[in-house]
Design a binder for this molecule. Structure first.
Ligand code: PMP
Length: 427
């Protein structure tokens, strides 16, 4: 099968070495103006933008190859199946898994974590067994475990965060112990940007005989992640935060862990045989993908992975570290601004969560929007973090591979104007 390339879509390979001007040209939305100002998009932790290559692949798939996947005898279905299944290998190569059969497509990180909570943990854990999470988790890595606790009597234990938003290894040692069955931990906090020492925590968990589930929603898009180096047994992440379409996520798991997991949903595609009395499951990963999968978006996700790998995740991380350094400097100069999270750039992802004295975070967000700057305001689905900081909400600016130092300068300038506006209004 040949997939013809579109002459109007720039070749992904030409982005190396990291050419920020060329990269930005791949994202037409970055040319938009908001309220008459050039858009400064600083909300990629919530969802990234998509390059033309991904948009073109989506169109090309629907235009040239569209048909339902699996067991189709006709050409289009065979092509669609090959394209869909081919993305498993791209994901495997991205994260260093042992086999593409270990890649399960879900609708996102949330669905992936819930699959582990209700497909693996519900059947295997009972009263007295402990699941360890941390205080800096996203709600999607808290609530499923609370459901399990309430239904199954599983004990939920929490590694507390230090005032700077980091996780203390000694505190972790006090929480992870002989009853721990699962450590479910984020690699990068979406609310604070903290990079968590997952390997050290995973070693503690493994020494205790527990499995390790890593929430990679904020790490896999931004830095090289290798499941072996990380010491993960399971890894969850979302396509929409890494240049791919919405509605696609991944659960990777070591094969023997996946073999001990039950499917959550029954239906077409996940079975081998069905009689009115009983059914047998299809092989892994198909047994976890009941119903028609989101095949077109998965195919376009493959192009997003091609894009990231062509740039190199190490180059993406280097670019972001430069932005983090610069962001720490220019935000540090804004009067009345308190930046939350670690001081050290190397312990941070590209997330700046802050409070501006005397101004509600939502007002900050709105005033920034009126100056073209798109940020998020709220609890960022991490209410325990907000509680620990003693705030109801923060304003969050987050960067990705297409952002520039001058955009962070624009943020800093817009914040100064915002502070002046509220200062004047209050005086
Ligand atoms: N975990 C983290 C750390 C996140 O940042 C997010 C998304 N904000 C999620 C989980 C949930 O991802 P999704 O909404 O794509 O399922």
């Amino acid at each position: 099968m040949t997939v013809s390339s579109d002459p109007l879509t720039p070749d992904i390979g030409a982005r190396r070495p990291f050419d920020i001007a060329a990269i930005r040209r791949d994202f037409p939305i970055l040319r938009r103006r908001i309220e008459g100002e050039p858009l400064v998009y600083l909300d990629s932790a919530a969802s990234s933008q998509r390059p033309v290559q991904v948009l073109a692949e989506l169109t090309r798939f629907y235009r040239d190859h569209n048909a339902n996947v699996h067991r189709g005898v006709h050409t289009l279905s065979v092509e669609a199946t090959e394209l869909y299944e081919g993305v498993r290998e791209k994901v495997r190569a991205l994260i260093g898994g042992a086999s593409e059969r270990e890649i399960i497509f879900t609708s996102g990180t949330t669905a992936s974590i819930n699959l582990v909570a209700h497909g693996w943990a519900r059947a295997r854990l009972g009263p007295g067994d402990e699941v360890v999470i941390s205080e800096i988790e996203h709600h999607s890595n808290i609530v499923p475990w609370q459901m399990l606790r309430d239904d199954r009597g599983v004990v939920l234990r929490v590694i507390p965060m230090s005032p700077d938003g980091t996780l203390d290894l000694d505190a972790a040692r006090a929480v992870i112990g002989p009853r721990t069955r699962l450590l479910a931990i984020t690699q990068v906090s979406n609310a604070l940007g903290t990079v968590v020492p997952v390997r050290e925590l995973a070693d503690l968990a493994h020494d205790a005989g527990a499995l390790v589930l890593v929430d990679g929603a904020q790490s896999v898009p931004h830095m090289p992640v290798d499941v072996n180096e990380l010491g993960a047994d399971l890894l969850a992440f979302s396509a929409h935060k890494m240049l791919g379409p919405t509605g696609v996520g991944v659960l990777w798991g070591r094969m023997e862990v996946l073999e001990s997991m039950r499917p959550l949903m029954g239906g077409g595609d996940m079975i081998l045989t069905v009689s009115l009395e009983r059914s047998t499951w299809n092989e892994i990963p198909h047994r976890f993908e009941a119903g028609t999968p989101n095949f077109a978006d998965v195919v376009a996700f493959g192009t997003a992975i091609d894009y990231l790998r062509a740039l190199g995740l190490d180059a993406v991380r280097r670019h972001e570290l430069d932005l983090i350094d610069h962001g720490l400097a220019v935000l540090g100069d804004v009067p009345g601004l308190t930046l939350h999270g670690p001081r050290d750039a190397h312990r941070r992802g590209g997330v700046f969560s802050f409070s501006l004295e005397g101004v509600h975070p939502h007002d900050v967000g709105q005033l920034l929007n009126s100056q073209g700057v798109a940020v998020r305001a709220g609890h960022h689905c991490a209410q325990p973090v907000m509680e620990s900081l003693g705030v109801a909400a923060t304003t969050r600016a987050s960067v990705y591979l297409y952002n520039t130092r001058s955009e962070l300068d624009a943020l800093s300038e817009a914040l100064r104007r915002t502070a002046r506006f509220f200062g004047d209004a209050g005086s």
